[in-house]
Write a protein that binds this ligand. Structure first.
Ligand code: PMT
Length: 400
């Protein structure tokens, strides 16, 4: 996707500047031509020489350096770029860009370019949460800049939290998605849930189900391939989250899944709930490991919230809500009842007793049922292929 694309990489003065070297290398390997503009502060972390060698092009830092061509340098770079990526983007550069300040080569180029701009913020978690930074990010996003959200983890300052530069592979994947042919879902937020929830009985035991996450992860991969901003909320799974996610939220219980899903749902255009949510949880969770003293043990179960039903009640105009139905009998009848009860647009019904279908298989056998009653009956296929067919089927005309 990046073959022959001209990417202008802006590197600013944060510790994550060293990761921009990896980004440069990955962009070139993907076929892009890369030019680098550094802020003066960034040169304290990585030298110009490193980026010159990695990009194979001269590096710009100084506004007042003699120009190489008869062209004003920042205008030349701004016009040259098919896309501008600022990674890492410090709080300082976000603030300057939001205000339109142009006091160095990078910020001047940002003002002068008409190409798409991507920012990959990286900073201390308290700085990232600061209302001033949030406002600047919102302002830039409203003007059409693309944000590649940071990840959570241990930060260079020793703090734990949100603010770590997104993984270089994910940053490059975000640019690839942007240029992807058929990036029909670019800028569209898609929320996918995957895997089963687990409900604790005591510190070492839980009630769970057989969902591996394969169906949900395949749906997330398909949405990423179509250029969407994908948030994947997943119960425990041994799978690696797909590259290119906007956000990965790991949960354990139905209650945690509900909180994460409701937080993400509001501005999601498409929501697909492939997760196998436990319908009940133990009413009391023993603080200590339960001893096997008695011949019988009864556990009282209490109903979990029905997340999908809640989403159906809150559904806003234009939102597309897709549920799954895992059935062992009366597939169509039960699946249709769920469409009505949960106010869904579509339901993907799988009879999990059929060979190759349902839990922890590479394949699935499904029927996609629309609210109007029409049915798309599909043969056995891989979950990745099914994910593609589901998107083909549920997308409204304006997104096709
Ligand atoms: O993960 P894999 O191993 O690949 O397996 C895939 C799968 C079999 C889990 C998947 O294809 C599937 O069928 N997922 C839905 C399983 C399920 O919980 O079905 P259900 O009929 O119990 O629930 C119906 C719908 O309501 C589902 O979209 C479910 O996410 C949702 N739900 C259910 C209960 C609840 N408390 N809250 C919910 O949101």
């Amino acid at each position: 996707m990046l073959q022959g694309k001209k990417i202008l990489l802006g590197v600013t003065g944060g510790i994550a500047a060293y990761k921009a070297v990896d980004i440069t290398s990955r962009l070139r390997k993907a076929g892009a031509e890369v030019r680098v503009v550094m802020t003066r502060a960034a040169t304290n972390f990585v030298t110009e020489l490193t980026f010159r060698e990695m990009s194979g092009n001269p590096v710009s830092v100084d506004m007042w350096a003699p120009v190489q061509h008869w062209n004003v340098a920042h205008i030349a770079l701004a016009e040259w770029a098919d896309l501008v990526l600022v990674a890492p983007a410090t709080a300082n550069v976000l603030a300057k860009a939001a205000l339109g300040i142009a006091d160095d080569m990078l910020t001047t180029t940002l003002l002068a370019t008409t190409s798409p701009i991507f920012f990959a913020p990286a900073m201390n978690c308290n700085m990232y949460a600061n209302p001033a930074v949030r406002e600047n990010i919102d302002k830039l996003a409203t003007r059409g800049a693309h944000m590649i959200a940071p990840g959570t983890g241990t930060l260079a300052c020793g703090a734990e939290g949100l603010g770590r530069l997104a993984e270089p592979a994910n940053i490059v994947a975000a640019l690839e998605n942007f240029f992807a042919e058929g990036a029909q879902l670019f800028g569209v937020k898609v929320l996918v849930t995957a895997a089963g929830t687990i409900e604790p009985i005591d510190p070492v035991r839980y009630i769970g189900n057989r969902s591996s996450g394969r169906m949900g992860y395949a749906l997330a991969e398909e949405a990423i391939a179509r250029g969407a901003d994908v948030v994947l909320v997943s119960g425990p799974s041994s799978l690696t989250p797909p590259v290119g996610l906007k956000r990965f939220v790991s949960v354990e219980t139905a209650k945690e899944m509900r909180n994460a899903v409701l937080r993400e749902a509001e501005n999601s255009r498409i929501i697909i709930k492939a997760a196998a949510v436990a319908d009940y949880h133990p009413k009391t969770v023993s603080e200590q490991k339960i001893k096997k003293n008695d011949e019988e043990l009864s556990i009282v179960l209490e109903k979990n919230p029905d997340i999908l039903k809640e989403l159906g009640e809150k559904k806003r105009a234009g939102q597309i809500l897709v549920g799954f139905a895992a059935e062992t009998q009366k597939l169509l009848e039960f699946a249709r009842a769920k469409i009505q009860k949960k106010n869904l647009d579509f339901i993907v019904a799988n009879d999990v007793t059929k060979p190759g279908a349902g839990f922890n298989t590479a394949t699935n056998l499904a029927k996609i049922i629309s609210r109007d009653g029409s049915i798309e009956e599909l043969p056995l296929m891989t979950k990745r292929e099914l994910a593609k067919r589901i998107f083909d089927f549920v997308l409204p005309d304006e997104l096709k």
